[in-house]
Design a protein around this ligand. Structure first.
Ligand SMILES: *[C@@H]1O[C@H](CO)[C@@H](O)[C@H](O)[C@H]1NC(C)=O
Ligand SMILES: *[C@@H]1O[C@H](CO)[C@@H](O)[C@H](O)[C@H]1NC(C)=O
Ligand SMILES: *[C@@H]1O[C@H](CO)[C@@H](O)[C@H](O)[C@H]1NC(C)=O
Ligand SMILES: *[C@@H]1O[C@H](CO)[C@@H](O)[C@H](O)[C@H]1NC(C)=O
Length: 769
């Protein structure tokens, strides 16, 4: 059972390719999503004529599962493969795809982080919260697993009346009364065909909601860990929950219905900690998360998505279309430690989550895997050194703390499970890159004493064992420390670029705290409870799921300060003010203990809330830019006309449309695929003056590796008016053969503002799997 649970949680990452691919091919009847583009009926809220006609026979047989009619047009229904193929031929239909089960991008642990903890230029919390409006009037919609409305994080003390423009509702069920909503939680709806209630039984949705906009709740902790005040990043924003996920995952058809309804209801920001694997489809019209997001953006909503937890492999990033803001996860300076004390009283630093009840004195016998090896011809020392299941003799390990290395790479929790079953008192696990300890909280057994240490320390423990007749040790109960350095680092699990989809667009966009985040939880799950104690109402977890609502919150704050800014100006502000260094000046790493991060790891860098409100210049990306993107990606004008709500008069695809032109989209970062020596590549960008002075002179600085020529023309931008737009070109060339992708930065500065964009020049066109 324990193993199963761990696997369920680890696999929450994303739907597996095997599943999705084979499902798509299935001849069996099933639910298909018929997507009919962004044009609605002329009478809002009614069905488009061709939609009504196609749906008619399905309505008659009671086969319709979802209807999309607010932000875009379509439906989901039970049908045969033949019917699906036939419908796909209908003129008004853009795509027909089989419904998929999508997993929540949670996994691993998260703890709450106080905003100022990750500020590069710390500003006192008070000052930040005094800043004009702190999110008032912005509505953050979350598509997630529901919400626990009674949580203290969703109290509405001090909140003004609900904005008049709000059209959402609090959908009533036996376990979720209309009175469960208030001025903080202003809407809650559900879309799943099973578990028809907005109540959260998984915890994920309560956590993301409270991270985004939870009210301040002092004195929370997870059984004493990560204690402090839990408060959302935009504590005055309103929350609207769209439940499309359940413990087992989410139906794509339900997510789409949630987004369609959120468009109708009038949310400002949509936060989705959900994703499919990076490489599932390259046909955007069949990636229905991308489709839903496209129409939300058409309706003026900013859409923030998790980048996924499939790192650190390259090209693992999900949710990579340009109209989404894609979020990576990073560590904060809060560390959950669990130290080892050896018989010599030497303290070895370790990390992990457990509520050990061992004595603080090092009185327990200590053994290494090889010494505890089972007597068998086929068990090697290597297996035993790593405590592989089946390699350890229970009579030797019983009553001992055991040291296990991590050189084989199998599931550490299988090995821990085996040690528990064999009667071990505790386990010291080697884990160099914080890979395991960041997910340790998910392990079902919260009381078995364990800790994760570096291999250097592992060798020290081993030599202590070898040089003593009766080696002893103890493992301390986990505790919290603040000020852990270096922080931030990108989280080990955070999905990486370059996008599988095209190397002409950089993804992820930004990184935000996503490790050890404490926030509200469901009271209906014992998963994170410890035996003999009430289930926790605040839980510490990690994932890009947790990073995503941080960015949604920051976006809400910017939106309330600058109500006229569209999603792209807000995203630009977040990206161009981001930082690439830790507070001690050291560079942000790919993951703790690794190398310096590149834009493939964190996009523009780590969100810097000290600057986001006032970026100086912004890069705006319009719907027309996205239509051109679709042209360049390979869609023809008739398909784009079907997809788009309204297309500008006279719009047509460029004659020379091709993927290389995607690089030219007015995005706050630059990515170029297929970069070759002796071939100059040029991109153009346009910036808008949103600084506090009408007149401003910006000078460019380029950070580029040796042998790369980067020419910015002009090198000075002289603004004379507020909102004035000026353009510049960047030319990249080299005579040198680089053997890996090339990164650098282009920074515009006028002394007051620093507007920084990453560039990534890829030697290849697209990632092949
Ligand atoms: C939803 O799921 C939870 C947890 O499995 C269960 O307790 C609850 O009764 C379900 N509610 C509905 C309406 O299906
Ligand atoms: C070792 O051999 C025994 C029988 O001789 C077998 O049961 C066991 O599965 C083998 N273990 C491994 C790891 O191959
Ligand atoms: C956790 O481990 C302890 C041994 O430390 C064991 O007694 C207990 O049964 C385990 N609990 C679960 C839920 O596996
Ligand atoms: C546009 O593309 C669609 C889908 O590939 C195709 O069916 C259609 O014939 C194309 N239309 C034109 C005018 O080329």
């Amino acid at each position: 059972m324990a193993r199963l649970s761990i696997f369920v949680v680890l696999l929450l990452v994303f739907i597996s390719l095997a599943n999705a691919a084979s499902e798509d091919q299935s001849e069996e009847p099933g639910v298909y999503i018929v997507y009919m583009g962004g044009k609605g009926s002329s009478t809002p809220g009614t069905l488009r004529d061709d939609q009504a006609q196609i749906m008619n026979s399905f309505l008659k047989r009671d086969a319709v599962v979802q209807v999309y009619k607010h932000g875009f047009t379509g439906f989901a229904a039970h049908m045969s493969k033949d019917e699906a193929d036939l419908i796909a031929q209908e003129p008004g239909v853009v795509s027909v795809s089989r419904d998929k089960m999508i997993k929540l991008s949670t996994t691993r642990s998260w703890s709450f982080l106080k905003l100022q903890h990750y500020l590069d230029n710390p500003i006192p919390e008070t000052e930040f919260h005094r800043s004009k409006v702190h999110g008032a009037e912005t509505i953050i919609g979350l598509v997630d697993s529901g919400i626990w409305p009674e949580s203290r994080s969703f109290n509405d003390k001090g909140m003004g009346p609900i904005p008049k423009r709000w059209k959402g509702t609090c959908q009533e069920t036996e376990d979720f009364r209309a009175s469960s909503c208030n001025r903080k939680l202003i809407g809650a709806r559900y879309f799943m065909s099973i578990n028809k209630t907005s109540r959260d039984f998984a915890g994920h949705g309560s956590h993301t909601s409270s991270t985004a906009a939870g009210a301040p709740v002092p004195g929370v902790s997870y059984y004493g860990l990560a204690g402090g005040t839990a408060v959302g990043g935009s504590p005055k924003s309103r929350i609207a929950m769209y439940k499309a996920c359940y413990l087992g995952g989410c139906d794509e058809s339900a997510i789409l219905a949630a987004m369609d309804t959120a468009i109708h209801d009038g949310v400002d920001i949509l936060s989705l900690s959900i994703g499919k694997p990076a490489f599932i489809t390259t046909d955007i019209s069949k990636d229905l998360l991308a489709v839903g997001a496209f129409h939300a953006v058409e309706h003026g909503i900013m859409v923030v998505f998790a980048g996924g937890n499939s790192g650190p492999q390259l090209s693992s990033v999900s949710n990579y279309v340009p109209w989404m803001t894609t979020v990576a996860a990073s560590t904060i300076d809060r560390h959950i430690y669990a130290n080892v004390v050896l018989g010599t009283n030497q303290v070895i630093k370790g990390g992990g989550f457990q509520f050990s009840s061992l004595s603080a004195s090092p009185i327990y016998p200590l053994i290494d895997g090889v010494s505890a090896k089972i007597r068998s011809h086929n068990i090697t020392d290597r297996l035993a050194r790593n405590c592989q299941p089946g390699s350890i003799d229970s009579s030797k390990v019983k009553g001992h703390i055991i040291l296990c290395f991590n050189e084989i790479g199998d599931d550490p929790f299988d090995r821990i499970e085996d040690m528990i079953n064999k009667g071990a008192l505790g386990a010291i696990m080697v884990d160099d890159d914080f890979k395991i300890q960041s997910i340790d909280l998910l392990y079902e057994n919260k009381t078995f004493p364990r800790t994760f240490i570096s291999s250097k320390d592992g060798n020290a423990v081993l030599s202590y064992i070898k040089s003593n007749r009766n080696p002893t040790a103890t493992i301390g109960r986990s505790a919290t420390s603040i000020g852990f350095k270096p922080a931030p680092a990108v989280a080990y699990f955070s999905s990486r670029g370059p996008s599988f989809f095209t190397h002409n667009l950089l993804k992820p966009d930004i990184t935000a705290p996503g490790v050890n985040i404490i926030a509200a939880w469901t009271r209906a799950s014992t998963e994170f409870g410890i035996p003999g104690q009430a289930p926790p109402d605040y839980v510490v977890v990690s994932g890009t799921s947790m990073a995503t609502p941080h960015i949604a919150a920051v976006a809400a704050l910017i939106k309330s300060q600058h109500p006229t800014w569209d999603h792209s100006a807000i995203r630009s502000a977040i990206m161009t003010t981001a930082v690439q260094t830790c507070s001690d000046g050291s560079p942000i790493l790919k993951f703790p203990g690794s190398q310096v991060a590149t834009p493939y790891d964190f996009g523009a860098g780590h969100v810097n809330i000290g600057q986001v409100m006032d970026p100086g210049l912004v890069y705006e990306t319009s719907m027309t830019d996205y239509y051109f993107f679709l042209c360049n990606y390979g869609y023809n004008l008739s398909t784009i006309k079907l997809i788009a709500k309204t297309i500008p008069e006279g719009f047509s695809c460029p004659k020379n449309a091709n993927t290389a032109l995607i690089s030219n989209m007015n995005y706050p970062s630059i990515a170029i695929a297929n970069f070759k020596k002796n071939t100059e590549r040029k991109v153009t960008r346009t910036v808008k003056n949103v600084g506090d002075e009408d007149e401003a002179v910006y000078e460019v600085t380029v950070d580029a590796p040796e042998h790369l020529n980067v020419q910015v023309i002009p090198e000075t931008l002289h603004f004379t008016q507020e909102y004035q737009k000026l353009s510049y070109d960047v030319k990249f060339s080299t005579k040198y053969s680089f053997d890996s992708d090339i990164f650098g930065w282009i920074t515009w500065s006028n002394g007051k503002y620093r507007v920084r964009s990453p560039f990534a020049l890829s030697l290849t066109e697209r990632s092949i799997r």
